[in-house]
Design a protein around this ligand. Structure first.
Ligand SMILES: *[C@@H]1O[C@H](CO)[C@@H](O)[C@H](O)[C@H]1NC(C)=O
Ligand SMILES: *[C@@H]1O[C@H](CO)[C@@H](O)[C@H](O)[C@H]1NC(C)=O
Ligand SMILES: *[C@@H]1O[C@H](CO)[C@@H](O)[C@H](O)[C@H]1NC(C)=O
Ligand SMILES: *[C@@H]1O[C@H](CO)[C@@H](O)[C@H](O)[C@H]1NC(C)=O
Ligand SMILES: *[C@@H]1O[C@H](CO)[C@@H](O)[C@H](O)[C@H]1NC(C)=O
Length: 292
């Protein structure tokens, strides 16, 4: 083979490799649609963005993640497009990380645009390792809702509270809910309702936050069991006329609600964030009326 041709082949080979690299690069850094009403859940060092709506109010069709372990330019995060087959097209749902070593994401509820979707189970599990969505069909399930809250206890029990039903969830009338439900995300079976707690609950609300405080070690039969409490804070009524500023604490050892008195109460709000840092709950931003 003449040397020249041989060189050309090598150059072509390199050009091809560079081309493939570029394609891969473009695929991983291409910008994604802006979105709202989605959830963001961290598993290991990866954050998974599920659902939500884009600017034209349509459901987000892409399922994206972001690896937080490597540094990246904030202006162009290296989004990873995942296979979105089976991802729920919904917004204002909840998602929690659960399983041994946080090995799965459990999604519940969310609003939809059509009755057929509303009739489908709104309880889904994503396995990041298998990259697989599974829609669970479970009898006596709490009704599909949106703008509710969900937390996961250290024993992998998921608790959901409140939210709203309406045409967005396949119901004729709109209603704000006040019910508490638990789901064992370890066995992935059996919802548990807590009707007896209803009278003491913080009542009907949506757009509130629920936070876990798991700082009590209770000794049961010689083993240390970490028991959590949950703080429900803020939120609103459906018409946004009532905006809440109270704190309700659910003790999951004794399953009772308490309304501890608070001083220096911040302005009542909804659609805020609440983050537990040590013994403090950091409440930030949110809305204080519909006229933001
Ligand atoms: C969970 O993580 C711990 C610590 O890294 C490891 O020892 C254990 O094997 C993991 N368990 C499973 C089921 O992956
Ligand atoms: C999380 O990281 C651990 C340790 O590297 C690994 O064993 C596990 O498979 C990872 N889990 C997922 C869901 O990627
Ligand atoms: C959840 O189910 C597992 C069986 O997979 C069981 O061992 C555990 O006690 C259950 N947890 C709760 C809180 O009911
Ligand atoms: C309440 O406020 C939220 C957030 O601004 C808004 O999306 C919703 O439409 C409002 N509801 C009513 C009934 O005004
Ligand atoms: C739950 O309530 C019991 C009984 O009042 C109390 O002993 C325990 O400390 C509470 N748990 C938390 C985490 O506050």
């Amino acid at each position: 083979m003449p040397l020249k041709v041989y060189h050309n082949i090598i150059i072509l080979k390199w050009l091809f490799i560079i081309f493939i690299l570029l394609i891969t690069l473009i695929q991983s850094i291409s910008s994604v649609d802006p979105r709202w009403g989605h959830t963001a859940t961290i598993i290991n060092d990866t954050i998974y963005f599920v659902g939500g709506r884009t600017n034209d109010n349509r459901f987000t069709l892409d399922f994206i993640s972001l690896n937080l372990a490597k540094e990246f330019p904030l202006i162009s995060p290296p989004w990873v497009e995942l296979d979105s087959t089976g991802m729920p097209l919904t917004s204002d749902h909840t998602a929690v990380a659960t399983g041994i070593n946080n090995s799965k994401i459990v999604v519940f509820g969310g609003d939809v645009d059509d009755p057929a979707s509303a009739a489908m189970s709104s309880l889904l599990v994503y396995d990041p390792k298998l990259q697989f969505w599974n829609r669970l069909i479970i009898s006596s399930t709490p009704t599909r809702r949106f703008l509710h809250s969900a937390v996961i206890l250290s024993n992998q029990f998921m608790l959901i509270y409140g939210g709203e039903i309406g045409v967005e969830t396949g119901n004729q009338n709109s209603l704000v809910l006040a019910d508490l439900w638990g789901f064992n995300t370890s066995s992935l079976s059996g919802w548990q309702g807590f009707p007896s707690l209803a009278n003491y609950s913080p009542g009907m609300r949506e757009r509130h936050t629920a936070s876990i405080i798991g700082n009590k070690m209770i000794i049961i039969g010689g083993t240390d069991v970490l028991k959590d409490s949950i703080i429900i804070y803020g939120g609103s009524s459906m018409d946004n006329i009532t905006i809440f500023g109270d704190v309700a604490v659910l003790n999951t050892t004794y399953w009772d609600w308490a309304a501890p008195p608070t001083t220096n109460t911040p302005m009542h709000r909804f659609k805020h964030s609440a983050t537990i840092y040590g013994a403090n709950m950091i409440v930030a931003f949110g809305m204080i009326s519909d006229i933001h």
